[in-house]
Structure formats: C-alpha cells, structure tokens
Design a protein around this ligand. Sequence first.
Ligand SMILES: [Ca+2]
Length: 215
Amino acid sequence: MRALRIFAVTAALVGVSTGMALAADPVTTIPDGVVPATPIDRGDCPNPIAHHDGTDDTPGSGSTLGGPSAPFWYLGVAHTPSGPVQIDAVQFFSEFWVTAGNVTVHVYELDNPSNAADATIFISAGGNYEVTFSEPVCVDSAYGVVFCPDPGVWGVLGEDTSAPDGTSYQNNTDQGGCQLISPIGMDLLITSCVSECGPTPTVNATWGTLKANYR
Ligand SMILES: [Ca+2]
C-alpha cells in the first residue's frame, strides 16, 4: 500500500516536473523522487501572528529560498503586532528541500532595523519547523521575519495563494541584504510566536527606589 502511494505521488509529480530549476529561478520545482511534506498546526504557539491559512496551495513547487548559485533568494514576511510584543519564536513550513544547510531567521523592527535578533536552523528536508531566539527582542511596531540561507543552501517555503495580504516578500542578493524588499502575491507559511515584553531591568537604582517600585 505504501509503495503504491509513493508511486502515485511520484507519478503525479512527473506531470508538473520538467527537471531541476535554473540557477537563479525564483520558483523551484520539487526534484524527482522527493516526497513533499504536509503542513500541520504544531499547537505550541499561544499568541500567533500570521497572514496565511495554513494550507500550501502550490503542491510540487515553491518560491525559491537560497538556491544553487548566486544570486541567492531570501523569503520573508512583515508582521504587525497590535502593541509592544516580544518575538519569542518563528514557525514555518517547507514543502521540500533541495540542498541541506543552515538558514538564518532574521527578525527586525522595520522602523528601527538595529532592533533585531537572529536564530539559525539546519534544514535537510521539508517539514514543520520552529526556531526560538535566545536573546529575543521587543518591538513596538511592524517587523520583518526574513529567511536568509547560507550560500548554496536551497529549499522552499509553503505558499498560501487564496487571499494574499501583500505582506510576503522575495528578493535576491543582487537586490539587497537580508531584509524585506520585493512583495510577492501570496502568503508564505510563516508564523511568529510572541508574548508580552518583559520588564526593563532596573539599573543604578538605590534600594529605596527598588522598594518603592515593588510596593
Ligand atoms: Ca508549494
């Protein structure tokens, strides 16, 4: 039964696959023989911010992330919180992967790009992933979540095309660095997990001031 199912998937993919994508192609087709992953709700993101509906509407292909040779492609999304939030983690879905390696997930406040955090994840196959930030940042306004692979690392992210919000981006290294530059007409399957901003550490406070603060 399992062999039959794999054969059916492979046969279905042959119809849309005409071989590997060109070096700088902004769209990547799933390589022959690779079984696509299925998106799930991980259920461990109590305060999500997302624009997608959780469905990958482009089976067998995806906007290129990274790629085999320069210019490499970056993918990302802009998220707008309703107030100050701490960005704790980012969850995402990749339908399939082509070349294994490290991907840095860069979050930054659009109005203040130096307010930023990075987390790196090694990816070798499609799946449902999460990165957490060891030094999370607090943002007051819209922020970018950008996926920036090491040179030569190559994959895709899931794409919801049903009701695009105009908040997802794809740009290559010839256009600029690890930031949101060129909007695309779909919602990438990227979710931020946020929480309330923690209290700012009190420095240079006298004991009397501290006692007053905690009364
Ligand atoms: Ca896809």
